[in-house]
Structures are given as structure tokens and as C-alpha cells.
Design a protein around this ligand. Structure first.
Ligand SMILES: C[S@@+](CC[C@H](N)C(=O)[O-])C[C@H]1O[C@@H](n2cnc3c(N)ncnc32)[C@H](O)[C@@H]1O
Length: 213
């Protein structure tokens, strides 16, 4: 586990509440199964997870930040919802085959080495149930900070940037539902954590895809 990155996110979540990613709304499956399961890898403070839970999903989430997990748990209790949360590195999470109707991996993968992203995405693809949907985002090679020496507090922990072409290739075998630039700009993330000293937002790619039935 990357202890320093964990500490940054512990501090961050101590005084910041994330905003739900509106894109998820459009792709939530209101399922015909009795229990829809969702896995949120790098769940943060549960801002997206709670949205899934409110829409009937049984939610599983993990994160390296203990503070984030505590906040997610509190959020669920406050809303009389039940979730399964764990302080765990996404690289160590066991993703059972064909088990999840929705898997989220939002703004986490760039903290992994490229080969680790490939391993994780292969696990995600296996873990989706038939017709299951994946929501994945990662910092883009079009990011203003790509290959630059930024002073942003997170920069030294960011290991992987990808192009849209690479992301598409990663999810080979799934049906493409959406591939777009900069979800953070779209969501108007107010926090400074992803801004550099020149106030450029770090840009990401969002991929949404579906496994065949
Ligand atoms: C930008 S936040 C995104 C949180 C949430 N997914 C969202 O979209 O609101 C990045 C999150 O990834 C977590 N994280 C970073 N590296 C991780 C790893 N290797 N395993 C698990 N969580 C990680 C951080 O603690 C933080 O909560």
C-alpha cells in the first residue's frame, strides 16, 4: 500500500465531501434481478456508492484511506442503507467471476503502474456478470500535466496516463457505451486536489462499457 498517498487522501476526506458523478445516473441499470451487486474500487467517501445503493444495488467498496471508508460507512448508516466496506488496496481485492452488475473504478487507476491497470481491468471484465456495466476513468495523455513537472500534491503518485485508444483496447470484448474526455470538468470538481499551480484541471478519460448477455 502506498502510505503517503493514503495519508494525503485521509487528510483530503477529513474536510471535503465529494460530488456524485452525474454520468453514472445515465448508465445505472435498474435491473430485473432481485439483487443487483455493485463493486466500487477506490470508493472514496462513498459518494457514487450511495447513489448505487439508493438505486437498489448491494454495494461493495474498498479504499486505501481509512478516513474515506469511515465516511462512506457513516453516509450509508445515515441513509439507513447497508454497504460492505473494506480498507484495502484495489490490487489486493479479489473480484469473483461473473459477480457484479456494475463495477466502478473512478479516478483510481492512474495511481497504479500500467501493468497493474491491465491486471485490474482483466479482473473487472471477468467479474462483470452478463450485461454488467463498467465505469472506468483514468488520467489522459491529453492531460495538461502529462510529461510535465507539476507541483500538484498528487503528481508524484500518478504513475499511468492513457490515451482513448489504449483504454478502448483494455476493454476489448465489451460493448462500448461511452468514451469521453474529462469527466472532472463535466462534474465541475471544485476541489483544488486535481488542479496544478497554473489552475489547469488534470484531464481524464471516462469509459463505460457493457459485457454481453
Ligand atoms: C480521486 S479519489 C476518487 C474517489 C471515488 N472513486 C470517486 O470517484 O469519487 C481517488 C481514491 O482512490 C483511492 N486510492 C488510491 N490508490 C488506491 C489503491 N491502490 N487502492 C485503493 N484505493 C486507492 C484514494 O484513497 C481515493 O479515495
Amino acid at each position: 500500500m502506498n502510505v503517503k498517498l493514503k495519508n494525503i487522501y485521509d487528510d483530503y476526506f477529513s474536510d471535503y465531501d465529494s460530488k456524485c458523478n452525474q454520468l453514472i445516473n445515465n448508465y445505472i441499470q435498474i435491473g430485473n434481478k432481485k439483487t443487483m451487486k455493485a463493486l466500487d474500487l477506490g470508493v472514496g467517501d462513498g459518494v457514487n456508492a450511495i447513489y448505487l445503493a439508493k438505486n437498489g444495488y448491494e454495494v461493495f467498496g474498498n479504499d486505501i484511506s481509512k478516513v474515506a471508508i469511515k465516511k462512506a460507512e457513516k453516509k450509508f448508516i445515515k441513509n439507513s442503507l447497508h454497504g460492505h466496506f473494506e480498507v484495502k488496496d484495489v490490487r489486493d481485492v479479489e473480484i469473483f467471476e461473473s459477480s457484479y452488475d456494475f463495477i466502478l473504478c473512478s479516478m483510481v487507476a492512474h495511481y497504479l503502474e500500467k501493468n497493474e491497470v491491465v491486471i485490474l481491468v482483466n479482473k473487472i471484465k471477468k467479474g462483470l456478470s452478463p450485461n454488467g456495466i463498467v465505469f472506468f476513468s483514468i488520467l489522459s495523455t491529453d492531460d495538461p500535466q502529462y510529461k510535465k513537472n507539476s507541483q500538484n500534491i498528487l503528481s508524484k503518485y500518478i504513475k499511468t496516463f492513457m490515451s482513448k485508444k489504449e483504454v478502448l483496447k483494455l476493454f476489448d470484448g465489451l460493448s462500448l457505451m461511452l468514451l469521453q474526455d474529462s469527466m472532472m470538468t463535466a462534474c465541475n470538481v471544485p476541489s483544488s486536489i486535481y488542479y496544478d499551480e497554473g489552475n489547469n484541471i488534470m484531464g481524464d478519460i471516462v469509459y463505460i462499457g457493457r459485457k454481453s448477455g
